[in-house]
Design a protein around this ligand. Structure first.
Ligand SMILES: [Mn+2]
Length: 287
């Protein structure tokens, strides 16, 4: 029998909308990528890889798919602004239906939609961004909604994001970063974990997490538009996420900037990251 094309390849018992607690929202949006193209193929590649995963999570001793995972239709838009508006509305609708939303990019611009939605739902929202790049330009190629400006747009919403894994930026971004919120890769990778406690103290109760896959070292996830050396390891990243889950309420997250190629292990790492984080979140608060 052919495995259904949805996240985890689930049969209808665990993938129908009504009884699913989790919704996967594919957003194959790509208009502003600057170097290698292909992030529009990211959501399908992650979904495809997820159909080959084991669905028992060892660390949490759980099978999170039993909460039900519905995979939505891909969200399409003609422009960055319409994308943000469409996504914002859709995320609010899913949230009011009691769903936990996981957004799959596409380029990093997609993050602005769910963050806008949740900033109107939670007045104490914190945002944590894993990324190699600070994305704090005011604009890029005269475009305020470029993927290279996503952190700056989140600041404009009124939230200073916590940025983890940064190792590439332009000097013009220096004036825009909030240096106490930035955790550079050089200070994280192969060092002790003492920084994590300070980072957690900066977070309010409700946290949105955005994971640009280029935060990982290219040895873990090579298939990204702009691979930067010196990134986070797999267990290093899981440890940081686990620390956040243990003391705060992750209300939604996204995984963006996968640029699939013949190296399938990036697609699989992205799918496994999503499943691992869902396992942690649902284990911790027994939703
Ligand atoms: Mn990036």
């Amino acid at each position: 029998m052919e495995v259904p094309f949805n996240f985890c390849g689930l049969d209808t018992q665990y993938s129908n909308y009504d009884s699913s607690k989790i919704v996967i929202l594919p957003v194959p949006f790509e208009r502003t990528t600057s170097w290698m193209k292909g992030t529009s193929n990211g959501p399908d590649a992650m979904i495809d890889a997820s159909r080959n995963m084991e669905l028992y999570d060892i660390a949490s001793d759980s099978e999170v798919y039993k909460y039900g995972i519905f995979t939505g239709e891909a969200i399409q838009a003609e422009s960055e602004l319409t994308l943000v508006e469409i996504l914002k509305k859709e995320v609010k609708r899913l949230h009011s239906d009691g769903k936990f939303v996981v957004t799959l990019g596409g380029e990093h611009t997609v993050t602005i939609g769910p963050v806008s939605a949740f900033s109107e739902i939670y007045d104490d929202l914190s945002v944590v961004i894993f990324d190699a790049h600070s994305d704090m330009r005011d604009d890029y190629d005269d475009n305020k909604y470029s993927h290279a400006c996503v952190s700056k747009r989140i600041c404009d919403i009124g939230i200073n994001p916590i940025q983890i894994g940064i190792r590439s930026m332009d000097i013009s971004e220096k004036k825009n970063i909030c240096s106490s919120n930035v955790f550079f890769a050089k200070d994280i990778v192969n060092t002790n974990d003492s920084w994590i406690k300070g980072m957690l103290e900066k977070l309010n109760k409700n946290v949105y997490v955005s994971i640009d896959l280029d935060a990982f070292d290219p040895s873990v996830v090579p298939s990204v538009g702009t691979p930067e050396p010196g990134g986070l390891g797999w267990y290093e990243t899981i440890k940081i996420l686990k620390a956040i889950v243990s003391v705060r309420n992750i209300i939604s997250f996204d995984v963006v900037e996968l640029c699939p190629n013949e190296l399938k292990y990036s697609d699989f790492a992205a799918a496994k990251l999503i499943y691992t984080l869902l396992s942690m979140i649902f284990k911790s608060n027994g939703r």
